[in-house]
Design a protein around this ligand. Structure first.
Ligand SMILES: C[S@@+](CC[C@H](N)C(=O)[O-])C[C@H]1O[C@@H](n2cnc3c(N)ncnc32)[C@H](O)[C@@H]1O
Length: 232
């Protein structure tokens, strides 16, 4: 499941973004929403499954160091080039992150990735995050997708986001492209992982976190959920 979704995201111009404006405002919104969770200017931060992270410099400005972990090699190459001039930002593979010592980070965010992981993969990753976080650290898991009406909610949220940011026409065309694309075919064949609020809270508790659901989801789709988790 994971390797297929990672290949899907390894295109430089994924069809998930309907145009360049969408790609830019998407990443600006994510960075803007994540930044206030960064606990202090001294924090060591990990963004796991960062994607293209176009506005990671906004997060880096709020912390001491920022690791962007991304499984897709072409996305990693773009990230490495984009942030070569920023001494605070490092790009790593998931394997490199897994090899880091315990307590390497004060803050970890994983946004819009849980749906692409199998349940055992998510469980393994939460356990790894628990080890990598300092005892007073914070884990934020964002964009967790509940099962009910997920596609309809995503389409409506994209149209609202497009209308608010000047790309409604492109959003509608983009949705038509997505319907005809590999994305829906992969969704049918490989599937996405869904969690309701209690389900994700239980996974976080089992991994050794005390967790709660945030009032708002990070990003534009408020039908999805963000969770805040602290090591027990
Ligand atoms: C929907 S994108 C999210 C990107 C970014 N976090 C955001 O919110 O825009 C999902 C990302 O997770 C990455 N990904 C999927 N499975 C992964 C894994 N097992 N480890 C690391 N990254 C993974 C994909 O390559 C892709 O960049």
């Amino acid at each position: 499941m994971t390797s297929t979704w990672v290949k899907f995201y390894d295109f430089k111009h994924s069809i998930i973004y309907v145009n360049e404006r969408h790609r830019d405002v998407h990443y600006a919104r994510i960075a803007h929403d994540i930044a206030p969770y960064i606990p202090s200017p001294a924090a060591r931060v990990l963004d796991y499954g960062s994607g293209e992270a176009l506005h990671a410099d906004e997060m880096a400005a709020r912390c001491a160091s920022l690791v962007l972990a991304e499984a897709a090699p072409n996305v990693r190459a773009v990230l490495t080039q984009r942030f070569a001039g920023n001494a605070k930002i490092k790009v790593m593979t998931p394997e490199q992150v897994a090899a880091l010592p315990s307590g390497s980070f004060d803050f970890i965010v994983m946004h819009s990735v849980s749906q692409y992981l199998t349940v055992p993969e998510l469980e393994g990753l939460l356990g790894r995050f628990r080890k990598l976080l300092t005892s007073g650290g914070l884990l934020v898991v964002g964009d967790v997708v509940p099962a009910r009406f997920a596609s309809l909610a995503a389409a409506l949220a994209l149209m609202r986001f497009g209308a608010a940011n000047g790309f409604l026409g492109a959003a509608i065309l983009g949705l038509m492209r997505i319907v005809a694309s590999d994305y829906l075919r992969l969704r049918k064949i490989i599937g996405l992982s869904h969690y309701d609020e209690a389900g994700m809270l239980a996974k976080l508790a089992a991994a050794g976190f005390s967790a709660s659901r945030a009032e708002r989801n990070i990003g534009h789709n408020q039908a999805r959920m963000t969770f805040l988790a602290r090591p027990l």
